[in-house]
Design a protein around this ligand. Sequence first.
Ligand code: FPP
Length: 243
Amino acid sequence: MPDLQLDPSRLPAHVGIIMDGNGRWAKRNKLKIALGHRAGTEALREIIRNSSDIGIKVLTLYAFSTENWARSQTEVDALMALLLEFFGSEIDELHAKGVRILILGEKDGLPPLQRQALMQAEQRTAENRGLKLNIAVNYGSRAELLRAARLLAADVAAGTLSPDAIDEAALEARLYTAGDPPVDLLIRTSGEMRLSNFLLWQCAYAEFVFPQTLWPDFTLADYHACLMQYQGRARRFGGRQEA
Ligand code: FPP
């Protein structure tokens, strides 16, 4: 149910979410970690649907970082299985809503089934013009910036780009998020207050909100509370607010 207090004309264009706390939620409920991630995936469905409904332009979710491979094989397998399941069950509805899906990260490092499902989702929704849904999988922001630096260097070496022409726009155009507005609102659940290698460049002027709620318990009301907090902030982008 949409929050009547939200000002639709002042919504963030780009929301990033670090969905943290699945493990603690599982522990608290005496469940296996895989069930924590499953509950987290359930919470996610409603947030995506509502973001599309209220007119958020870009939603970027941190689903699996390059560091997450270090977790136990059981947990990695559970997350990979959930990814596959998610795309299998959600893609028809997302496509019908006009959602465009883009995967941020190294798809080549993923198991073949997952890689194929993610690529199919991207291809199928490529022409959609509704919510842009970025899902960061096998993603790290430093790796993304290094990749952009390499792409710039390759263009310079090929003679198609002059070093003097390397400006913010040139680098931005080589990020996975090329063409997206910068992140306006970054939400990290579970009370942790870190970026953890997520969208470092894109969050340069983002507003941060850190709700205590563990991700599987994060409801639409919590989401709207974050949006309300955002709308209450004075954004100066390094300038000075006029009195
Ligand atoms: C952090 O919780 C969460 C993750 C590492 C994975 C997030 C993934 C999902 C919500 C589901 C899969 C995503 C899609 C798009 C289907 P944590 O396990 O680090 O929690 P903890 O800090 O309490 O241990």
